[in-house]
Design a protein around this ligand. Structure first.
Ligand code: PGA
Length: 253
């Protein structure tokens, strides 16, 4: 999954969904991913990573979080090396649901991204404002602040992707206007170039939050939108396929 030429990436995020009976769906998603030029990944609950790798070894399988420590006394957590060994090649870090539910800070997220990289995983680093922050005109500052504070040391487009996910758009069916998406993605790009120099131009920036087969083409046509992080609509191949196809069409346009 090289980001260098910034081809599109559509990454599914299954969240706390998926039992062994859903592995057939993973097989179907792998079939879709083979047919298109866009990069496709699916971030699964830890329990499904190894079985998914068995049914779809050529699909990029991801975790949804890793602990920042290599190993040790952290009951209930999994390390980057553990998910890598199970078959993952990437992980999400800093999803807003973890920032909220597990009280993860930007410093935690930076450490997780660095631990993931040290274990050989690619990283999707999430950021996004709350509705109150957007209403207060603080969205750009909030998001660029999260990117700057969470950016792992030695960040490279070879393995780092950013996902912009406005919290109020996740799972709600609401999405920002194209202008608002463009404004945030441009601001993230500028921040990446500011911190990383020219390499910041190679980092993919995904949009996430209620992306589906109907709105994907519009979202993926926006400059600096290099793909999507898809929750609900990634759970079945039927809903996921039109998003992957829209990304493919956007790459050919
Ligand atoms: P959603 O979730 O597509 O269901 O809104 C996106 C995410 O939280 O990654």
């Amino acid at each position: 999954m090289s980001n260098i030429e910034r081809g599109k990436l559509i990454a599914g995020n299954w969240k706390m969904n998926g039992m062994s009976g859903d592995l057939t769906e993973i097989g179907r998603i792998a079939t879709i991913s083979r047919a298109e030029k866009v990069d496709v990944a699916i971030c699964l609950p830890a329990t499904l990573i190894a079985p998914a790798f068995e049914v779809a070894a050529d699909l990029a399988i991801g975790a949804q979080d890793v602990h920042q420590a290599e190993k040790g006394a952290h009951t209930g957590c999994v390390s980057a090396a553990m998910v890598k060994e199970a078959g993952a090649e990437l992980t999400i870090v800093g999803h807003s649901e973890r920032r909220q539910d597990q009280h993860e800070s930007d410093a935690d997220i930076k450490a997780k991204a660095e631990a993931a990289r040290a274990a050989g995983l690619s990283v999707i680093l999430c950021c996004g404002e709350s509705e109150a922050e957007r209403d207060a005109g603080e969205a750009v500052a909030r998001v660029t602040g999260q990117v700057a504070a969470g950016l792992p040391d030695g960040a490279s487009p070879d393995w780092l992707t950013i996902a912009y996910e406005p919290i109020w758009a996740i799972g709600t069916g609401r999405i920002p206007s194209a202008e608002d998406v463009a404004e945030i993605h441009d601001a993230i790009r500028a921040k990446l170039v500011d911190v990383m120099g020219d390499a910041g131009n190679g980092v993919r920036i995904l949009y996430g939050g209620s992306m589906n087969g109907e709105n994907a083409a519009m979202l993926l046509a926006i400059e600096n939108v290099d793909g999507g992080l898809v929750g609900g609509a990634s759970l079945t191949a039927e809903k996921f396929a039109p998003i992957v196809e829209a990304a493919n069409a956007a790459m050919s346009a």
